[in-house]
Design a binder for this molecule. Structure first.
Ligand SMILES: Nc1nc2c(c(=O)[nH]1)N[C@H]1C(S)=C(S)[C@@H](COP(=O)(O)OP(=O)(O)OC[C@H]3O[C@@H](n4cnc5c(=O)[nH]c(N)nc54)[C@H](O)[C@@H]3O)O[C@H]1N2
Ligand SMILES: Nc1nc2c(c(=O)[nH]1)N[C@H]1C(S)=C(S)[C@@H](COP(=O)(O)OP(=O)(O)OC[C@H]3O[C@@H](n4cnc5c(=O)[nH]c(N)nc54)[C@H](O)[C@@H]3O)O[C@H]1N2
Ligand code: SF4
Ligand SMILES: [Mo]
Length: 743
């Protein structure tokens, strides 16, 4: 740093899926400002209010810098060695006495935003050896994984809308103006949507709320929560009835088309319109417009996943894309190819299935190696062999994020031992016996293992740490490595280097076997100052665009990415069918038997009436991020955002005025929230954001405690799940609302 303590650093923002490039002004040992990096190959200078607080977030005085151990009613700082000894003393006896199933893990959302999550969780899970693995995926996108698993044979092969080239985009249950996009990594998605309009295209939004995205759209259609599957089946029905299907280049790669026609037979626009409240002529119109547009894409997100028929809805999104010839073509929906991955040599594979084991208490099927988080409390509370007695959370706040959270919070108090890897003492980690805080994001390298595989344009970027580690702090890879070694029985004092070396050996052995060369020769060529960097180097060099350890000069490597602080553009998405397919038939299998069976359930719900019910949906705000960014003053200042939105007609009927308090009750629980009367929500629908409910005793979140809000997941019901994926139903919750006085 020399005499001038001010410098510029570039790094990818790790706070949401958009993967924007940040330009940081570094003054001494702090970040004095964060702006959009104008030269970034993907984000071109875009930044949102969250990214702009990157420095404040990292420097939050409430961020834990030393491990905590529970002493009596509170938590006390201890040394790292003492903390890991406490973990070993807490975990080992439980495993020895009751076996590995007595340990459960919950992996939260930020794991997909850290290199530690991408590289070190799998070894940890393997070492613990439990089937009681839970994650935020089953309160989020699991239905999309399952539908893609059946369609393409690979639950990770998720096609993304080619927003930069499409002529017509139909958006269901997503609000990128606030969320910045999800399962479609697209920095400045609002700008990219405006660009569709600027080049003469259109985008249409289907949402029970007139969101900011809906306001910018060419058309907004209200829909009754939880009924998108009906709307989409009505579109499919129309495509067949009017002879509008055209598989284009996909013909020959798709099986099950006739069966879809058969399945859609009962879902006439008239019948589905009564169920979903979208007018008949618009259902037919959407089908005609999607088929007539030069290119079109249907894209669904949270509002299509966290609902009763989440998997069917996610499946239907892709079915419409297939039937209109828009899967895997420019301007339609396409499969990205991330730099750390390699295309398959040959199409086809083992296919996809769920239910390789079942949860102990409710008998719910395993999906992608995990169980629905909706049944976590059951596994902790219900006595018997293999009852969960110890719990590990990594980057998760399930007490605010998962359904019937009051029950879960009570269940956590009944555990024999709990350890959390988390930088905050919050609503979940306050229950932990040991809290292990990783270094802040300015001190870790960043590569998006998850989101580069979901980007609407192929690109790669690596950001090295901005600052060296603070004394006495611990890197998240080291924390997870030490937990893994404890789980393996190597002891609390075992050096994390044992695991780091082991993982590199494993990666190199695979490459060496495939390339018929020596792992030692390869090891000598691997670069990187940090274990995660070395693993990334191997993945990049053997990945789709890699230098193949010298076989393809000029190809990607860690060194190439370090030389390109604004990222490397790898071009627009390219067709990948059939290579991407891992179904047994090596085709897109439209009608996997579990999907077909669930359509019966959907059909029987078609004529269900619920005219008197009010239903609850969630919402997101640009200056939030799930439950954990309410401690940054710049992000929570201003008006109370945790309000219950009620339509004026419902407000009048319930004798509620703007600003009043209302008691909201569901099967699971009750909250008392402030009312906001607005016609942005449709009649019969009320909306409360999730991730609030701070200010609980035993937490250390001073700013959030001043803006507590209420926890909407007190109302969501752990019994309501999407049958095929086990995903929680978080939208369309039946509730009763009654006046509870003035504010
Ligand atoms: N009702 C309702 N509920 C919902 C949703 C909804 O729409 N409605 N959305 C759901 C969705 S989409 C999601 S993804 C889940 C999120 O559910 P969770 O992942 O359980 O919750 P988050 O709020 O993301 O909490 C993240 C935790 O990680 C910690 N953390 C932050 N950075 C790091 C880090 O670098 N390392 C580590 N180890 N920890 C870190 C934070 O302190 C916090 O404790 O919530 C779900 N819950
Ligand atoms: N600012 C901000 N950004 C975020 C997050 C955040 O908390 N705050 N969280 C991040 C995470 S983890 C995720 S997963 C993404 C989520 O990204 P999005 O899915 O874009 O996020 P939401 O804003 O929840 O949008 C869901 C929309 O679905 C609507 N909806 C509810 N029920 C239904 C229904 O039955 N049918 C239809 N058609 N619509 C329905 C809601 O009204 C809402 O507008 O956002 C990410 N980005
Ligand atoms: S949109 Fe997401 S990635 Fe971009 S600056 Fe905002 S939080 Fe960061
Ligand atoms: Mo999420």
């Amino acid at each position: 740093m020399g005499d001038d303590p001010t410098r510029t650093a570039y790094r990818t923002c790790p706070l949401c899926e958009a993967a924007c490039g940040l330009e940081l002004t570094v003054s001494g040992d702090r970040i004095s400002s964060a702006r959009g990096d104008r030269e970034h190959v993907f984000s071109h200078g875009f930044v949102c209010p969250k990214g702009a607080t990157f420095g404040e977030l990292a420097a939050d005085p409430d961020r834990l810098r030393r491990p905590l151990v529970r002493r009596g009613a509170g938590h006390e700082e201890v040394s790292w060695d003492e903390a890991f000894r406490a973990v070993e003393a807490g975990l080992r006896p439980i495993v020895e006495r009751y076996g590995p199933q007595a340990v459960a893990l919950y992996l939260g959302n930020p794991n997909v935003h850290t290199m530690a999550g991408g590289l070190y969780l799998r070894p940890l899970l393997r070492a613990v050896g439990t089937r009681n693995i839970f994650s935020a995926s089953t309160v989020d996108q699991m239905p999309k994984h399952v539908s893609c698993g059946y369609l393409y044979g690979n639950p990770l092969a998720i096609p993304v809308p080619d927003v930069d080239r499409t002529d017509l985009l139909l958006i269901l249950g997503a609000n990128p103006w606030e969320s910045n996009g999800s399962l479609a990594t697209a920095a400045d998605l609002p700008g990219r949507l405006r660009a569709i309009q600027a080049r003469g295209g259109r985008f249409v939004v289907v949402d029970p709320r007139r969101t900011r995205t809906a306001q910018h759209a060419d058309e907004h259609l209200f829909i009754r929560p939880g009924t998108d599957a009906f709307l989409l089946f009505g579109i499919v029905h129309t495509l067949f009835a009017e002879g509008l299907t055209d598989l284009g280049g996909l013909a020959g790669h798709v099986t099950g088309v006739e069966q879809v026609e058969e399945l859609a037979r009962d879902f006439t626009p008239e019948r589905v319109s009564a169920a979903c409240d979208v007018p008949v002529e618009r259902i037919r119109g959407l089908a005609r417009e999607l088929s007539a547009a030069p290119t079109a894409a249907v894209y669904g997100r949270i509002g299509t996943c966290t609902v009763e028929f989440g998997t069917l809805t996610s499946w239907l999104v892709d079915v419409v894309n297939v039937l209109t010839g828009n899967l895997d073509r420019p301007g339609g929906v396409m499969f990205p190819l991330a730099a750390h991955l390699r295309p398959q040599a040959r199409p086809g594979g083992k296919g996809f299935r769920t239910g390789r084991w079942h949860s102990r208490v409710r008998g719910l099927p395993e999906v992608m190696g995990e169980l629905p988080v909706a049944t976590l409390a059951d596994e902790i509370e219900t006595p018997g062999d293999e009852q969960v007695r110890a719990f590990v959370t990594v980057a998760g706040n399930p007490v605010l994020s998962t359904p019937n959270s009051e029950r879960l919070a009570r269940a956590l108090d009944g555990l024999e031992f709990m350890v959390s890897v988390d930088p905050y003492l919050n609503e979940t980690t306050r229950h932990a016996d040991v809290v292990l805080p990783p270094t802040d994001p300015t001190r870790k390298g960043h590569y998006d293992f998850s989101f580069l595989g979901l980007a609407v344009r192929n690109f790669a970027a690596y950001s090295p740490p901005v600052f060296p580690p603070e004394p006495d702090s611990m890197d998240e890879c080291d924390i997870l490595a030490r937990l893994t070694l404890i789980a393996k029985g190597a002891g609390a004092g075992a050096s994390p280097a044992i695991l780091h070396d082991g993982l590199l050996d494993e990666a190199l052995a695979k490459v060496a076997a495939a390339a018929d060369c020596s792992a030692d020769d390869l090891r000598a060529q691997v670069s990187g100052d940090h274990p995660a960097e070395r693993l990334l180097d191997v993945a990049l060099r053997t990945g789709a665009y890699g230098d193949g350890f010298g076989l393809r000069p000029g190809g990607l490597s860690l060194a190439r990415l370090l030389d390109a602080p604004h990222g490397i553009d790898l071009g627009p998405l390219r067709p990948r069918i059939p290579e991407v397919l891992r179904t047994t038939s090596a085709t897109v299998e439209l009608c996997a038997p579990p999907i077909v069976a669930d359509v019966d359930r959907l059909r029987s719900a078609l004529d269900r009436r619920h005219d008197d019910d009010l239903v609850l949906i969630g919402r997101r705000h640009l200056r939030s991020n799930n439950s954990w960014m309410h401690n940054v003053p710049a992000l929570v200042k201003g008006r109370d955002r945790c309000t219950l939105q009620v339509h004026p007609t419902d407000a009048a009927r319930l004798a509620l005025a703007d600003g009043d308090r209302a008691e909201v009750t569901s099967r699971a629980g009750a909250v008392n929230a402030r009312v906001e009367v607005t016609d942005a929500v449709m009649p019969g629908v009320v909306s409360l954001p999730h991730g609030w409910g701070h200010g609980v005793p035993g937490t250390r979140l001073a700013v959030a405690a001043e803006h507590p809000g209420v926890n909407s997941n007190v109302l969501t019901d752990e019994l309501a799940i999407d049958r095929l994926s086990g995903n929680s139903v978080l939208n369309g919750i039946p509730v009763a609302v009654k006046a509870a006085g003035k504010n």
